[in-house]
Write a protein that binds this ligand. Structure first.
Ligand code: PEP
Ligand code: MN
Length: 265
């Protein structure tokens, strides 16, 4: 179902009035985790002003250590929905357990994180809902495995899947992960689904976000997801890789120029 052979035209999704795929370049921005109402509304207003199309923020966080901040759960989703109401920005947030699906009713795009890319029971449940799914690449997953995970969702009847390349594990330690730019043309050739790039998790380095955003546009990505925090130093999660609203605004100036040059909107 994800294969371009049987669906030659690229898929274009209309999500909360925004077009995702092909001739549109989508920008998802926001903090790693939802923390407080002021943190979320301030960040949301800022990324909206700079031109983001979607607001992100995690309420259920898949942390490596059980002692790290795990997210605010349903309280976090409430705050995220407040920020959606205040700014009108559609929201993207991660699901970790299919039992929580009811809480995601007003979420516009449900994210499946890298760690759950092969949580097949979760994927099957998401296949039964009619919400767009942002499917991040597993930590060490091949493109074939990743496409098969999309297939799990689509086989259930939900064909709105967006791939998100977020870097893979290699021997390199300079960056948090290694951004696999070749995955974008690879996926574009074998699948009709949109592909976006997350330079924040791929590098862990805020100063690399701009160059890799340019690279993502150059290789044909349909959008980017960037972590932005109103006060990165105080962030409860991924502060070190988050951009300040000012840094994000600078990146967006570049995005606008490049995207126009590429003929995307
Ligand atoms: C995230 O988007 O905050 C996240 C946890 O990403 P990943 O699943 O790609 O590590
Ligand atoms: Mn994060």
């Amino acid at each position: 179902l994800a294969n371009r052979k049987f669906h030659p035209d690229s898929s274009i999704f209309n999500i909360a009035g925004r077009t995702v795929g092909e001739s549109h370049f989508s920008v998802i921005a926001g903090p790693c985790s939802v923390e407080t109402i002021p943190q979320m509304t301030e960040t949301a207003e800022a990324v909206k002003k700079s031109g983001a199309s979607f607001l992100r923020g995690g309420a259920f966080k898949p942390r490596t250590s059980p002692y790290s901040f795990q997210g605010l759960h349903d309280e976090g989703l409430k705050i995220l929905l407040e920020a959606k109401k205040a700014t009108g920005l559609p929201i993207v947030t991660e699901i970790m357990n299919q039992a929580h699906l009811d809480l995601f009713e007003d979420v516009d795009i449900i994210q499946v994180g890298a760690r759950n890319m092969q949580n097949f029971e979760l994927l099957k449940e998401l296949g039964k809902c009619n919400k767009p799914i942002l499917l991040k690449r597993g930590l060490s997953s091949t493109i074939e495995e990743w496409v098969m995970s999309a297939e799990y969702i689509m086989a259930g009847g939900n064909e709105q899947v967006i791939f998100c390349e977020r870097g893979i594990r290699t021997y390199e330690t300079f960056t948090r992960n290694t951004l696999d730019l070749s995955a974008i043309p690879a996926l574009k050739s074998i699948s009709h689904l949109p592909v976006i790039v997350d330079p924040s998790h791929a590098t862990g380095l805020p100063w690399m976000v701009e160059s890799l955003t340019k690279a993502a546009i150059a290789v044909g990505a349909d959008g980017i997801m960037i972590e932005v925090h109103n006060n990165p130093k105080k962030a409860l999660c991924d502060g070190a890789q988050s951009l300040t609203p000012q840094q994000f605004d600078n990146v967006m100036q570049t995005v606008k120029k490049r995207v126009e040059f590429e003929g995307k909107i």
